[in-house]
Design a protein. Structure first.
Length: 244
């Protein structure tokens, strides 16, 4: 099982002080490159980041700083916005995860509606694959979306674990975990590979690990939150220990 560390909220903290800055200055703290190096040193397997249309955290300059200095595989989260797609095609990360994006949300709260993506989604997938970029679709564990993802030719799905993470009772949690397990099984049966992410914390990751066929967990907020207390390198190490 691999860990991809989402560093978006390192940039969120920086932009709280430098809001409106599109040019990343050397004095802006915390530094994205410092975060990348801490994640690498801790033994994580990849770096995840989301260049949103409104640039609320990660900035364009961050993307190229990460690309030029990171030794780990990059997972670039993005909407189907033409401007962002153009950046992704030039960047050529190891993997792109296509996600829905709404301006009013704090973070990506729902899965991609693959059944309504149509030709635009298919063209986006194909454009990325022509550049040898692996494509993942961030979706809820709904059979219709999983089947649609397979039909569109994506290599991966990333199962949205938010409903499980937000379940308030053991019964609700068990129900959502069963959906995730069944979704992973269906995906593999259809030839897809499976990652997972959203709302995964130190306290619930042991349950997420029950989902079969998972290759990578992409975790951000929980790790960055823990880093405020113990530092990012230690926070990543602690999550790796929980996963192992």
């Amino acid at each position: 099982m691999k860990l991809g560390v989402n560093i978006d909220h390192v940039a969120t903290l920086r932009q709280a002080r430098y809001r409106g800055y599109r040019t990343v200055t050397s004095r802006a703290e915390p530094g994205i490159l410092d975060a990348v190096r801490s994640v690498e040193k801790a033994g994580a397997h990849g770096i995840t980041f989301h260049l949103r249309e409104d640039r609320r955290h990660i900035q364009d300059a961050d993307v190229w700083i990460i690309k030029q200095n990171c030794r780990l595989p990059l997972n670039f989260e993005m909407s189907m916005n033409p401007e962002i797609l153009k950046i992704a095609l030039k960047l050529q990360p190891h993997e792109v995860c296509l996600v829905p994006e709404r301006r009013q949300e704090v973070t990506t709260e729902g899965g991609l509606d693959v059944t309504r993506g149509g030709k635009r989604l298919q063209k986006t997938i194909q454009a990325l694959q022509k550049q040898n970029v692996i494509v993942s679709l961030f979706i809820a564990p709904d059979p219709k979306h999983i089947r649609a993802a397979a039909a569109l030719g994506a290599e991966f799905i990333e199962l949205h674990t938010g409903a499980f993470a937000e379940a308030h009772t053991p019964t609700q949690q068990k129900k959502q975990l069963t959906r995730l397990k069944e979704g992973a099984q269906l995906a593999v049966d259809l030839g897809l590979r499976v990652n997972a992410g959203h709302g995964i914390r130190y306290t619930n990751v042991k349950f997420v690990l029950e989902i079969p066929f998972l290759e990578t967990l992409n975790i951000g907020h929980s790790i960055v939150s823990r880093a405020v207390t113990v530092g990012l390198e230690q926070a990543v190490r602690e999550m790796l220990q929980k996963m192992n």
